[in-house]
Design a binder for this molecule. Structure first.
Ligand SMILES: [Zn+2]
Length: 165
């Protein structure tokens, strides 16, 4: 969590124009960067689980409300046979590093953080950035991070609390 905020802070310092993309999860309150097309919205959910959970819940509620009665159930079973599933944004792939990868790479990055950084890096560079490039970048960041020390992270969290978007 702290490493995530630290990265977010670094990104915003390097690319101040992306601050307009900074938003806060309506559900859990975590800060995250959203795509520029969603800039300024405050009704979003974070990509770290809340979005998917909400998507599933909302879908179930719609279903329950609409197809609640017996007639509805009959309609639904007919529709289900021909209707493709409603699109829900897929979760980032959870490719947990294997034991061998762990030995090679001491830093354990949360796959969600990696995917988030990858998205942000792609936005910044206006091209598709690969996971491998992100991991290489995180390695560099981590080395600096370790040198700078823990106090920096606390400052980052304080900064985010004092200056919400
Ligand atoms: Zn959330």
């Amino acid at each position: 969590m702290l490493e995530y905020y630290w990265l977010l802070r670094s990104v915003l310092r390097a690319k101040p124009h992306l601050r307009q993309c900074l938003t806060r999860c309506q559900h859990c309150g975590i800060f995250f960067l959203t795509h520029p097309r969603n800039a300024g919205r405050h009704d979003l959910r974070c990509p770290f689980g809340c979005r998917e959970a909400h998507c599933k819940r909302a879908s179930a509620q719609r279903s329950a409300a609409y197809y609640g009665d017996a007639e509805g159930k009959r309609i639904k079973s007919k529709i289900n046979q021909r209707r493709p599933r409603k699109y829900c944004a897929p979760e980032p792939p959870s490719d947990r590093p294997r034991a061998t990868a762990t030995q090679r790479r001491p830093a354990q990055w949360n796959p969600l953080v990696v995917e988030f950084v990858r998205m942000v890096a792609s936005l910044i560079e206006e091209r598709r950035v690969s996971r491998r490039q992100v991991l290489a970048m995180l390695e560099r960041v981590l080395r600096q991070h370790t040198m700078v020390g823990r106090r920096k992270i606390d400052q980052t969290v304080a900064w985010l609390n004092e200056e919400p978007p």
